[in-house]
Design a protein around this ligand. Structure first.
Ligand SMILES: NC(=O)c1ccc[n+]([C@@H]2O[C@H](COP(=O)([O-])OP(=O)(O)OC[C@H]3O[C@@H](n4cnc5c(N)ncnc54)[C@H](OP(=O)(O)O)[C@@H]3O)[C@@H](O)[C@H]2O)c1
Length: 298
């Protein structure tokens, strides 16, 4: 099986390089490309030529415009990378009769209520990032290529930047730390995303009828505030000197911390469809997080 991975150095892309390696012949690209192959999602012609040259059986897109607040002022660039490039990947995948794997986000929802969102719930993104990610999903679905779209949330990984690492840094540097307590979601490890992707792909190549959209998040939910406290508690117990210990973090409301992009309050997601289709039992968010905290230099 020939696999082309885009976005190889992002949190998820990095873990995919490991998880996909045993599945076949892997070509992994980042934005800079390699040996004349284009991996830049903003260069649609270059991307098209590269796919036509490589003719992969599976195309995995782990690249995205992920700067949620910056996207509010760079809407066109976010649209090209998250929507138009996804549409192009779908067109080319369809022409090759290949598989496309793509990742999307809880930010396609407006965050109302407290019920976990399922795949059939109405979308209503609040931000440019969420809107462009939804457009990407829709272009893939409209193309009728064989696809797996995984909507996930609150991604963390040992490599790359994420909330857990930011909290660790701020708790060492600052005298106080305010963290939002009314946004609820599921922190999900890049390792888990990569391992589930590899498993689902093995199933999909045997059973093309599983093509579709799936919610893929770790089990359990938490607020950013309680998530931060768990991270700092772990750091303290590991002997890290913090200026703001876990019990000194202050909970605040989203309304007290205005940002350019609006974020959903309810990011709970129901992953039952994924678990039943691929015969999986997703682990708790804490297990993946503790694993990552044990791996990184605190
Ligand atoms: N992070 C989250 O909390 C989260 C939540 C829900 C869904 N997701 C989705 O999960 C997927 C993976 O996210 P992640 O957490 O791994 O993101 P990430 O760590 O921010 O990685 C994104 C990667 O995309 C690359 N990229 C950006 N613009 C590009 C371009 N024009 N051409 C090629 N590559 C480009 C970045 O490269 P550079 O380093 O060169 O910019 C980076 O390596 C994305 O689809 C994202 O929307 C993420």
């Amino acid at each position: 099986m020939k696999i082309l991975l885009l976005g190889k150095n992002g949190q998820v892309g990095w873990e995919l390089q490991r998880a996909l390696a045993p599945l076949g012949e892997l070509t992994a690209l980042d934005r800079q490309g390699y040996e004349g192959f284009c991996g830049d999602l903003a260069d649609l012609d270059g991307l098209r030529n590269t796919i036509r040259q490589l003719k992969p059986d599976v195309l995995i897109n782990a690249a995205a415009y992920t700067a949620v607040d910056k996207a509010e002022s760079e809407a066109e660039q976010a649209h090209t990378i998250n929507a138009l490039a996804a549409g192009l990947l779908a067109e080319e995948t369809e022409a090759l009769d290949a598989w496309l794997v793509h990742y999307s986000t809880d930010y396609v929802f407006n965050g109302s209520g407290e019920k976990p969102w399922s795949e059939i719930d109405a979308t209503a993104p609040l931000s440019v990032y969420g809107t462009t990610k939804l457009q990407g999903e829709q272009l893939i679905q409209a193309s009728h290529c064989k696809h797996l779209i995984f909507r996930t949330s609150w991604v963390f990984g040992a490599r790359g930047n994420n909330f857990a690492k930011t909290m660790l840094r701020l708790a060492k540097e600052r005298d106080s730390l305010n963290v939002i307590n009314d946004q609820i979601g599921s922190p999900t490890g890049a390792e888990l995303l990569a391992d589930v992707t590899a498993h689902a792909l093995r199933v999909a190549v045997q059973r093309p009828e599983v093509s579709g959209l799936y919610h893929l998040v770790a089990k359990g939910t938490v607020s950013w505030f309680d998530y931060a406290r768990l991270v700092l508690d772990f750091a303290e117990k590991s002997g890290v000197a913090l200026k703001v210990p876990a019990d000194a973090v202050t909970p605040i409301l989203t309304s007290q911390f205005p940002t350019p992009a609006q974020r959903p309050l309810n990011s709970r997601m129901n992953a039952n469809k994924l678990e039943s289709t691929f015969d999986l039992s997703l682990p708790s968010w804490q297990s993946g997080l503790l694993r990552m905290l044990n791996e990184i230099t605190l």
